[in-house]
Design a protein around this ligand. Structure first.
Ligand code: AP5
Length: 183
């Protein structure tokens, strides 16, 4: 069973939704950098105050700040972990390799959730988070296409990438993921 997992995909692809389902299924750690950052904003901590505007504009928070959060929250876990929203660029992927080497827990499988852009926009507008307005969504999609998408090829070359069609019923997607984790 592969339990050290990364969910990759554009905003609204269902990374958080599937990561929650799978982490409940195998009792592993679910680490969402977006969720951790939103908690800091809610707490109005120094970090939260630093990142609030950046997140609302749809830009990425600095690699250094995000790495600090990942180091604090990603622990060696015998049930494994799911990374959701990290890494988001090649530099973050390389920092992650160093963190995982220290934990002695390599990434085993990357699920790339693919969903058509117009469906993504519709889903996010319906959700209505503070960064889910049309302008910010378009910005997040642009940054995803320019900065995060190269990670697909990066993990494909390592032979750990699994393509998942994300415009389907939630349960069909998680069944597909569970099946691939078991291979
Ligand atoms: P983050 O929270 O990671 O947001 P995101 O990547 O834009 O992803 P979303 O949460 O919008 O989408 P998702 O794929 O998780 O979909 P979800 O399951 O929620 O990041 C937010 C911000 O934080 C960034 O913009 C950046 O500023 C900062 N940040 C975070 N990580 C960072 C990093 N590593 N580096 C720098 N900055 C970072 O689903 C979306 C909606 O669709 C929901 O309403 C859901 O119910 C619905 N849905 C899901 N699946 C389905 C389905 N199969 N059918 C129908 N509806 C579905």
């Amino acid at each position: 069973m592969k339990n050290n997992i990364l969910f990759l995909g554009p905003p609204g692809a269902g990374k958080g939704t599937q990561a929650s389902i799978i982490s409940e299924f195998n009792s592993c750690l679910h680490l969402s950098t977006g969720e951790l950052l939103r908690n800091e904003v809610k707490l109005e901590s120094d970090l939260g105050l630093q990142v609030k505007e950046i997140m609302n504009s749809g830009e990425l928070v600095s690699d250094e700040l995000v790495l600090e959060i990942v180091k604090k929250n990603l622990t060696n876990n015998n049930k494994g972990w799911i990374l959701d929203g990290y890494p988001r660029n090649l530099s973050q992927a390389s920092s992650l390799n160093e963190v995982l080497a220290k934990l002695n827990q390599p990434l085993e499988i990357v699920f790339y959730l693919n969903v058509n852009e117009e469906i993504l926009v519709e889903r996010l507008l319906n959700r209505g988070r503070s960064d889910d307005n049309e302008l910010t969504i378009r910005k997040r999609l642009k940054i995803y296409n320019e900065t995060t998408q190269p990670l697909i090829g990066y993990y494909e070359k390592q032979n750990i990438l699994e393509y998942i069609e994300g415009n389907r019923d939630l349960n069909k997607i998680s069944d597909d993921i569970k099946q691939k984790m078991a291979l």
